[in-house]
Design a protein around this ligand. Structure first.
Ligand code: ADP
Length: 454
């Protein structure tokens, strides 16, 4: 096992990784920007190194500063967390060159899955169903229109290097293609430095269902069931749960098998997530693979009892998976609410500030992953995730009730958050029935805000 791990991240995920390392008796080196000198991950790590000024491009994304910090502090491995450099193949390759173990899949696997167009091709060749669409990237709006005509409108024009719903446009008719193609290309170039686009049929009112997988260096690949992440704002997840109400055992079995096949086809190693959209008729389609730990991983940890970060560390150290597919028997129901420092009334605009008062919920079946503490100034430079509330209970209804009461206990003063909105969603009949799709929040936002004002 590793002796000392550098954590190339910040916030709650850095804290999460430190916890897993401590339980395995591994020392940790935190890195931080000047804005994060007093952050919780810095306080909890064995030691810390300042890697640059607040802007992420100059600190958390600064490859040479991070590698230098790891080498100078005698680390033998780097955990990238999520976001930042976690899906940067060059970083994974450089770690290997510096004799540092990158805790994630090999650079080439990240590279191939990072190109969504290439990933689609690989999946289709491996028998994993993909959304009907273009064969690889399209060169221009005319090619996009031809691909769209072949599968039928509406379609999505998507950035091959995309993520977080950016560089993506819905196109309803051929007349719209020129303008929306240009908009998607501009956004893709600005966000990812890569304007490659591909076309996918828009699946109407889908559920976003993703499967957690683990793969080791010995050829073992397992899936740990699904997470339903259909409650989204601006294509970004807000509430996740497992199991999904949309799956029966047969569908779960075939989607799980497809996820394992996808991981095998990719030559995957480490924890990863295979994302699908599921249509109203029970057909599912691969949309992408995330080659890192996900924000919502605790949902799976709650129902399976498997510590996914610990597994990542073990796999990277060359150890076999600690569970087999047969041993994995998910139990009960789990849910996560992302508490973002955002104002839902202002189209979820980020609203960082000083944490004037903080009370975190507790009691049976409640877990809070956060880097907040009273008096902590949430910096404006990074993402707006302030805390994750995860609950586990024997049944879905008990889980919903537990989440409601956990949200009622939670107090964060100093800035608006998504906590009250989550609480309202948990009372919405469609959510309670479990019949929602990815359009839920857009359809019901006005109604939910009216409840809040009523
Ligand atoms: P990201 O990198 O943000 O996860 P995705 O390609 O996975 O990008 O898309 C984000 C969200 O957009 C998905 O969770 C889903 O809700 C929606 N989406 C993506 N592809 C399709 C599709 N073909 N049809 C309908 N919705 C889609």
């Amino acid at each position: 096992m590793f002796r000392r791990v550098l954590i190339a991240n910040r916030g709650e995920i850095a804290v999460r990784i430190i916890r897993a390392c401590r339980e395995l008796d591994i020392e940790t080196v935190a890195v931080h920007s000047t804005a994060d000198a007093g952050a919780l991950h810095v306080q909890l790590a064995t030691q810390s190194v300042c890697v640059g000024p607040p802007r992420a491009a100059e600190s958390y994304l600064n490859l040479s500063a991070l590698l230098t910090a790891a080498l100078e502090t005698g680390c033998d491995a780097i955990h990238p967390g999520y976001g930042f450099l976690s899906e940067n193949p060059e970083f994974a390759d450089l770690c290997a060159k510096c004799d540092l173990c990158f805790i994630g899949p090999p650079g080439d696997v990240i590279r191939q899955m990072g190109s969504k167009a290439a990933a689609r091709t690989l999946m289709r060749q491996s028998g994993v169903p993909v959304v009907p669409g273009s064969d690889g990237p399209v060169a221009d709006a005319a090619q996009a229109a031809a691909a769209a005509a072949a599968v039928g409108y509406p379609v999505l024009v998507k950035a091959s290097a995309g993520g977080g719903g950016r560089g993506m446009r819905r196109v309803d008719s051929p007349e719209q293609m020129d303008a929306l193609f240009a908009a998607a290309r501009g956004e893709a170039e600005a966000c990812f430095g890569d304007g490659a686009l591909y076309v996918e049929k828009l699946i109407q009112a889908p559920r976003h269902i993703e499967f957690q997988i683990l793969a080791d260096a010995h050829g073992n690949v397992v899936h740990l069931g699904e997470r339903d992440c259909s409650i989204q704002r601006k294509n970004q997840k807000l509430i996740e749960e497992s199991p999904s109400r949309a799956l029966d055992e047969a569908l779960r079995g075939s989607m799980g098998a497809a996820a394992v096949a996808a991981a095998r086809a990719a030559g995957y190693r480490s924890a990863g997530t295979v994302e699908f959209v599921l249509d109203r008729t029970g057909h599912f389609y691969f949309i992408e693979m995330n080659t890192r730990i996900q924000v919502e991983h605790p949902v799976t940890e709650a129902v399976t009892g498997v510590d996914l970060v610990r597994e990542q560390l073990r796999i990277a150290a060359g150890l076999p998976l600690s569970v087999t597919q047969e041993q994995l028997r998910p139990s009960g129901h789990a849910m996560e609410c992302r508490i973002n420092a955002e104002d839902p009334r202002r189209n979820f605009a980020p609203a960082p500030g000083r944490t004037a008062f903080l009370h975190l919920p507790g009691g049976p079946g409640v877990r809070v992953d956060t880097a907040l503490f009273p008096g902590y100034d949430l910096p404006p430079y990074y993402d707006s995730l302030a805390a994750k509330l995860i609950v586990h209970a024997p049944t879905r209804l008990e889980c919903i009730r537990r989440m409601r009461r956990a949200l009622e206990e939670l107090i964060i003063e100093g800035y608006p958050t998504t906590a009250d909105l989550a609480h309202l969603i948990l009372y919405h009949p469609e959510f309670v029935k479990g019949t929602y799709d990815t359009g839920f929040l857009e359809q019901h936002m006005d109604e939910l805000l009216a409840w809040a004002c009523g």
